[in-house]
Design a protein around this ligand. Structure first.
Ligand code: 1PR
Length: 557
């Protein structure tokens, strides 16, 4: 060691720092992991990516003696970069499961965002910053957006103002970064804020590069950043499954039917997962989602190719990655039990930033509605407890069921904007889930659209319950609209995005740029996801962004 191309990383093992490792490697630096407090004191350059909850992080730091070493390292003005919780821990205390004491280096209390005034918590997505002082590592940022994902934040005050190098606004003004001498910390995620392969998006990795190599050349971006509203996200989705030849392919259904209507009835093949994900990243997707659409039938950890897809994608893609499909408890043929938490952990270790749960969330919500007891045992509860609710998306796959009268079912109904085929003026949105082949009911249950069964629970009821059980975001599909290219189901998206205070991703049906502006103008969706139009190269992601921006909607360009 001792070489300036080596950086020390303080990873106390509470979560996924793979993307940060990937980003550091991508920039040509070596990582040495901190093992002892002495490693901190000896470091030439130290990165501290906080993950997990504030209290448990502090616990580990104090018990291992790292807290004391960190304080002395920082007080001695040694080169330091804290990320996310790595910024928050520098403050006096946090309200997260607290109050809990922090390292106490910066005056102030870390508090939760207030969701009552229409700002959804967690704060997930892209904002431009208000740069308040020359902080060097932010030199390339200017008015570009950076990626945040957090529910707690530190706020500026007279006592801490000398530390602040940028702020942002999300209901409240909060601290986006601090800088004093060689000590830096950022609330956003540079490793998820876009890479340096296209100059226009030379943002996130440049922050890391400037810290790792302060002498590195770059142009000071003279546009002084102004804090922006939270940008609406455009997400590219890859439905992935093994085709009949055994290759993992990106496929795409019509109302969830992914087979060609030919004699061979083969699975539609729209490309290779890693390549397409890389392409969409370059095209400006704000996130990439992989849905392993047969994961629930087959055991996903048996699905090594999917883990490889994640590993390889995360080496070059520096925006958030979500993976879903088959996240549930599982017992293999040898009687070995895997908890859903183990399945999710394997996904996180392989490079996922968020996991998405579909069928198992329907199961958990039905149980909870029956018993009104939170057992803490569902996948949803367990994973969000360990990784935080910002890491857990619930995928809802409803279908529209028209009704003559709003009282025909016990579920939430709506008056539809366009009447049904027999003039019905009402509808409810029935949740569906997939069954495992091993499920005793596999043969007897009537299956619809891609092997799914309808369940006695509505999308509205499900959304409210999963929010309570710890979901941090909802991916709202619609079987009727999937692959149709006729626009999103505005009635459904309005219903759900008004019912919950976590972010909602609108999905299914995008066929033109106007469908994106429509969904953002008529509903409270935080993001819009599409698959078919991107796979078939009908509409490039940049055209969607350009259109939204022209319509006055904040996007990351
Ligand atoms: O139930 O936890 O194993 O998760 C399975 C996941 O796989 C769920 O998120 C579910 O949505 C998804 N899934 C299951 N079957 C299918 C299928 O197509 N047969 N894909 C499927 C769902 C829907 C969207 C799609 C949008 C946009 N795909 O993600 O990408 O509808 O498409 P478009 O822009 O072309 O209209 P579990």
């Amino acid at each position: 060691s001792g070489s300036s191309s080596v950086v020390k990383l303080l990873d106390y093992g509470a979560g996924n720092v793979r993307s940060l490792r990937n980003a550091i490697h991508y920039l040509g630096f070596e990582i040495e992991d901190v093992q002892t407090p002495k490693d901190i004191l000896d470091a030439e350059r130290l990165i501290f990516p906080g993950v997990g909850a504030f209290a448990s992080a502090m616990d580990v730091l104090v018990k291992t003696g790292m807290a004391e070493a960190l304080c002395s390292y920082i007080k001695n003005d040694r080169p330091f970069l804290g990320i996310c919780l790595g910024l928050q821990l520098l403050f006096e205390s946090s309200e997260e499961n607290g109050p809990v004491n922090g390292l106490g280096l910066i005056p102030g209390v870390v508090g939760r965002f207030n969701s009552s005034n229409g700002f959804r918590v967690p704060h997930i997505g892209w904002n431009a910053l208000q740069i308040t002082k020359d902080s060097e590592i932010l030199d390339d940022i200017g008015d570009h957006h950076v990626y945040f994902v957090h529910s707690y934040r530190a706020m500026p005050s007279d006592d801490n103002k000398e530390w602040i190098s940028s702020t942002c606004n999300y209901g409240d003004d909060f601290i986006a970064s601090i800088r004093r001498g060689n000590v830096h910390a950022v609330q956003f995620h540079p490793e998820k804020s876009g890479g340096k392969i296209f100059c226009a998006l030379n943002v996130g990795l440049s922050v890391l590069r400037r810290f790792l190599d302060p002498k590195s050349q770059g142009t000071k971006n003279l546009t002084q950043g102004k804090a922006s509203k939270l940008a609406k996200r455009v997400i590219a989705c890859l439905d992935v499954r093994t085709n009949d030849k055994g290759d993992l392919v990106v496929t795409k259904g019509d109302q969830y039917d992914v087979r060609e209507h030919t004699k061979e009835n083969e699975v539609r093949n729209l490309g290779k997962p890693v390549e397409l994900a890389g392409q969409y990243y370059k095209d400006g997707a704000d996130e990439v989602s992989f849905l392993n659409i047969t994961g629930f039938r087959d055991f996903p950890l048996g699905d090594l190719p999917m883990l490889q897809v994640l590993r390889r994608t995360s080496e070059n893609v520096f925006v958030p990655l979500t993976v879903g499909g088959g996240i549930r408890d599982f017992t293999d043929a040898n009687g070995r039990h895997y908890s859903s938490l183990e399945v999710a952990s394997e996904y996180f270790r392989s490079g996922a930033d968020k996991i998405s749960i579909g069928s198992d969330a329907v199961h958990a919500a039905e149980e909870y509605m029956k018993t009104k007891v939170k057992t803490g045992k569902s996948s949803l509860e367990q994973i969000s407890k360990v990784y935080g609710n910002q890491a857990v998306v619930v995928s809802i796959d409803p279908r529209r069921v028209y009704l003559k009268s709003p009282n025909d079912v016990q579920f939430k109904t709506i008056r539809v904007t366009k009447p049904g085929p027999s003039g019905e003026e009402y509808a409810w949105y029935q949740c569906t889930k997939s069954l495992s082949y091993a499920h005793p009911e596999w043969l007897s249950v009537p299956k619809v659209n891609g092997g799914r069964e309808g369940r006695p629970i509505g999308a509205y009821e499900l959304a409210k319950v999963v929010e309570e059980l710890g979901a941090g975001e909802i991916l709202l599909n619609c079987i009727d609209c999937d692959g149709q290219g006729k626009g999103f189901d505005i009635d459904l998206i309005k219903l759900i995005s008004d019912a919950v205070s976590i972010p909602v991703i609108a999905s299914s049906g995008a066929g033109a740029v106007e469908h994106f502006s429509e969904v953002f103008m008529k509903t409270n969706a935080s993001a819009a996801l599409a698959a078919g139009i991107f796979h078939r190269k009908e509409v490039p992601i940049q055209s969607v962004k350009g259109h939204l921006s022209k319509e006055g909607i904040e996007v990351r360009i």
